[in-house]
Design a binder for this molecule. Sequence first.
Ligand code: UD1
Ligand code: UDP
Length: 361
Amino acid sequence: MKIVTVVGARPQFIKAAAMSRVLRPRHEEILVHTGQHYDPQMSDVFFEELHIPRPDYDLGISGGTHAQMTARMLTAVEEVLRKEAPDALLVYGDTNSTLAAALAAVKLHIPVLHVEAGNRLGSLVNPEEVNRVLTDHIAAMLFACVPSAMESLRLENLAGHAWLAGDPMLDAFHYYRGLGGDRPPETLPGIDGAPVRTPERFYYLTCHREENTRDDAPLTEVLLAMESLPCPTLYPVHPRNRAAAERLRRSLGLANVRLLSPLGYLESVALVAGAERIVTDSGGVQREAFFAGVPCVTVFDYAVWPETMVGHCNVLARPDRLDILNKLSVTPAWPVQASPFGDGHACETIVGLLDSDFRRG
Ligand code: UD1
Ligand code: UDP
C-alpha cells in the first residue's frame, strides 16, 4: 500500500517514529510535516534523535487562529494528496494538522486511518475534542489506544470499523527508553540557554494547554504550588507560554522552579521516570507517568485518559495552588493487572490490521 502520513506537532513525531519503523518495511510511506511545530527543539530534535525519516513534504504552516491554520493546511495537504494519490491517509491524535489532513483526504475519497481514536472529554469547548470527534466520524479505520476510547466509539456507532490496538506512545516509551531515555543527563538546557544541573530529586512539570495559558492566573497557581515543594521542579516550557513563564518567574521571585527549553524526547521520558511526582496538562506526559509508575497530578477539568486514574495514580486538580498540593499528597495504589495501554506492540497490531482488514475493504 502507498500511505501518506501527516504529522505536525511534537507528540505526533513520537508516535510516527514508532509507527514508521514497523510500517516502512511493508508499505510505502510518504511523510508530510505540516509545520505546525517548527522550532528546532519542537521539531528537528525528534527527527534526529528518534531517527524519523526526513519528511517528503514540509508545508511550513503554523500559527494564526485555529481556522486560519486549519484552512491553510487543508489546501496544502489536498495538493499533496492529489499528487501522490495514496491508498490511505494516516493521522494521529487530535491536533489541527490531524483534522485538516483527514478532511482533505475524505473529500478526495481517500480512506482515513486514525490512530488514537475515541478519546472523549465530553465538551466541544476544548479544541482538541473538536478535532478528535470530527476526525473519528470521517475515518475509515479507527485505532483506539484504550478500552474507554473503544467504548466511546461504540456509543457513537463507530465500533464497526474500530479496533482496540494499544497505544503507540507505550511502544515508543519501551523502545526509545532503551536507546538513551533511561537516565536524565547531568545538565539540561535552561530557558536562557545556560545549562541547568539536574538535581538528584525533582518534580517534573509540563503545562501548555490553551485552557491553562490563556491568561496568567492558572500558571501562577501551578508555579506557586511547585515553588513550595521540598525539592526543585524541572519545567520545560512550550513556546506558547514562554514569555508568560519568564515574566512570572521574575514577578513571583521563583527560585525552586527551574525553567528549561523544550526538551528532546529521550530527556523528557528520562525525567518522567526519574521524578518524585509529575504535574502536567499533557495527554502524553500523564500516560508516560503511568507507564513509569510515577504518581501524576493533571491540571485539567476532564479525564481524557481515565485508565491512568485507577488507584489515584493520576488525579485531576484545578489550577489552584492548594488543590494541586492536596492532590500531590495522595498515595496511589498501582494496579497489578495487565496494562490497559496494550503490550507495547500497538504499531505491529495496527499494521497487521491494515494488511488484513484494509485489504478486505
Ligand atoms: C498543539 C495541539 C495540542 C497538542 C500540542 C502538543 C492543536 C489544536 N493543539 O497545541 O493538541 O497537545 O500541540 O504540544 O493542534 N509555537 C512556536 N514554536 C513552535 C510551536 C508553536 O512558537 O515550534 C507557538 C505557535 O506559533 C503558536 C503557539 O505556540 O502561537 C501554539 O502552538 P499551536 O501549534 O497552535 O498549539 P499547541 O499549544 O502547540
Ligand atoms: N515532551 C518532550 N519534551 C518536552 C516536553 C514533553 O519531548 O519538553 C514529550 C513528552 O515526554 C511526551 C510528549 O512530548 O512524549 C507529549 O507532548 P505534548 O505534551 O506536547 O502534547 P500532548 O501529549 O499533550 O498532546
